[in-house]
Design a protein around this ligand. Structure first.
Ligand SMILES: [Zn+2]
Length: 286
């Protein structure tokens, strides 16, 4: 039917009915304008059902979005849908996408934008692994672990701690780790239990229900409510005078002022510059 406000044009309803005629189907009588608008909005935000018709609620499944980092050039990009064949939009490398699981004794090279799992009991030697995330619950010897996002450590993980200084380390919720050598890394996130001398160069984050014991040297510390912390803390921003803060062990003397006050007293520069950025989240998780 030509639209009364546009000479020579037909409306959407008439065009659908014309297609039904071509398919040999009987065109449906056009409902009154009010009912048509109610049907059109029933799958949207309107909760008013059309008179005399069942309401069909539409569900739209959005395709999965993948946040990928090219292992050839470190370019970060987003891919929507299935990960079958992925071409890096920057360096045009055809990227491997699958997840890999390693069991038993293994050596070799893996490159993927997926994830790699070194399972409990596995022994990896003389290997190079490049992946988005690498989860380790086994042993790695003479192995280059190159995650473009996180290196995740679980119980039983044995890695060469002197090779992790540029990596973002995650201690998994199921992990209970005691490290006998200093852990130098870029960032440290603890969800489980860790006892170590940790030296992240950027920041440490203790998530709810995590436990950290030992010594922590970091420019920045974030402790979420529910985390347990019993350690010597050396929290100082880069290019600022180191201000050791001791909490927990040894216990503070009776009458000793609170930690913040102690820091202010020891600082010569204005407190806004020298105060270590210790973030204490109070209510929200990560
Ligand atoms: Zn690339």
């Amino acid at each position: 039917m030509p639209r009364p406000d546009h000479n020579g044009m037909i409306d959407g309803y008439s065009s659908v009915q014309a297609i039904r005629r071509l398919d040999g189907k009987t065109p449906r009588p056009k409902p009154p304008d009010g009912e048509l608008s109610a049907v059109a909005t029933s799958a949207g935000v309107s909760t008013e059902p059309a008179v005399g018709r069942p309401v069909n609620v539409a569900h739209t499944a959005l395709p999965t979005r993948h946040d990928l980092i090219c292992y050839a050039c470190n370019y970060r990009f987003m891919v929507t849908g299935r990960l079958d064949k992925v071409l890096c939009p920057k360096c045009k490398t055809q990227l491997e996408t699958g997840d890999k699981h390693i069991d038993g004794t293994w050596s070799g090279t893996i490159q993927t934008v997926g994830r790699v799992f070194i399972n409990s009991g596995a022994v990896v030697s003389s290997a190079r692994i490049v992946a988005l995330d690498i989860r380790v619950a086994g042993m790695c010897r003479s192995t280059r672990l190159e995650p473009t996002r996180h290196l995740e450590l679980d119980s039983g993980a044995q890695v060469e701690l002197d090779k992790l200084s540029k990596l973002k380390i995650v201690i998994l919720e199921s992990a209970s780790l005691c490290l006998d050598e200093p852990l130098r890394c870029r960032t440290l996130e603890v969800f489980g239990e860790l006892q170590a001398e940790a030296r992240p160069s950027e920041q440490a984050v203790l998530h709810p229900a995590s436990t950290f014991r030992g010594t922590l040297h970091s420019p920045r510390l974030i402790v979420y409510e529910g985390a347990a912390l019993k350690a010597y803390l050396h929290i100082s921003p880069p290019r600022a005078a180191a201000v050791p803060v001791t909490v927990g062990n040894p216990p503070p003397e009776v009458g000793e002022p609170p930690v913040d006050a102690a820091i202010l007293q020891e600082c010569d520069a204005p407190p806004a510059v020298e105060l270590p950025p210790v973030d204490l989240a109070t209510s929200e998780g990560p």
